[in-house]
Ligand binder design. Structure first.
Ligand SMILES: [Zn+2]
Length: 250
């Protein structure tokens, strides 16, 4: 039977309006999650969270002066979180990355033996260079890569389906996990917080393609309307994302 765990991998600090339009400039502490999916066919991570390397980079970057930062210690990195669950990083078979921004892919460096699952359009954009939000040294680490062209049912039984939700980045993808209690959607950066899905005018200006992003939000909204539970990308109001330990989603 499939199991889904939400795993907090530290906190990204930013002005509230970074996560939702019109929210003001108060510094907000937002969780950075990874997810573990256990299936008889293998162990899968969806995103990998941040690392001490990324924390150090943020502390010295220009954005620190603008109120951005990272709260993280080694116990919150994905390798340590997995070991606390009795799982070695080398036990992970697949890493599905929503996209290749640092706070989602940095932890890949701690997961040595997995095959990457990523949309081809994201891969090609990231390797094309020229965008400051991408740094190959975080993800070009020699892992086997399976490039996806659209929806992908990893185990062939509908229990874990990756599907494109472009707009935040060109090849962003989300995941649908089919639990006995219903479908859970891992939105990642297609939707940072619940307020944006409730009111699309709160979508910030950070999308690479706003029209595409709005289309992806409509898809999530439609899934929500059909009964799927949405776990948002960086929502401090979702307890499974903020617990200081891996949390079974059921
Ligand atoms: Zn992102």
């Amino acid at each position: 039977m499939i199991k889904l765990y939400a795993i907090n991998c530290g906190w990204f600090i930013a002005p509230a309006e970074f996560f939702q339009e019109g929210a003001g400039t108060d510094r907000t502490r937002a969780p950075v999650p990874a997810f573990l999916i256990e299936h008889p066919g293998g162990k899968v991570l969806f995103d990998t969270g941040m690392t001490m390397r990324f924390k150090d980079y943020m502390a010295t970057s220009r954005s620190a002066a603008a109120g951005y930062g990272v709260e993280l210690d080694e116990s919150q990195q994905i390798n340590t979180r997995l070991q606390a669950m009795g799982i070695e990083p080398t036990d992970i078979d697949y890493v599905a990355l929503s996209h290749l921004h640092h706070d989602h892919c940095a932890g890949l460096a701690l997961i040595p033996d997995a095959t990457l699952l990523i949309q081809r359009s994201e891969y090609e954009f990231a390797y094309g260079g020229g965008n400051a939000m991408y740094d190959k040294s975080y993800f070009d680490l020699g892992h086997p890569v399976k490039k996806l062209d659209g929806e992908y049912d990893l185990f062939g039984d509908g229990s874990l389906v990756l599907f494109p939700t472009p707009g935040h980045t060109p090849g962003h993808q989300s995941a649908r996990v089919r639990l006995p209690t219903g479908d859970v959607i891992l939105a990642a950066d297609c939707c940072y917080v619940s307020e944006v899905l409730a009111d699309f005018s709160r979508l910030t200006a950070g999308s690479c393609d706003r029209e595409q992003h709005l289309g992806s939000l409509r898809l999530l909204k439609d899934l929500q309307g059909k009964g799927s539970r949405i776990l948002f990308g960086h929502d401090p109001a979702q307890p499974v994302l903020t617990a200081d330990q891996a949390t079974l989603v059921n």
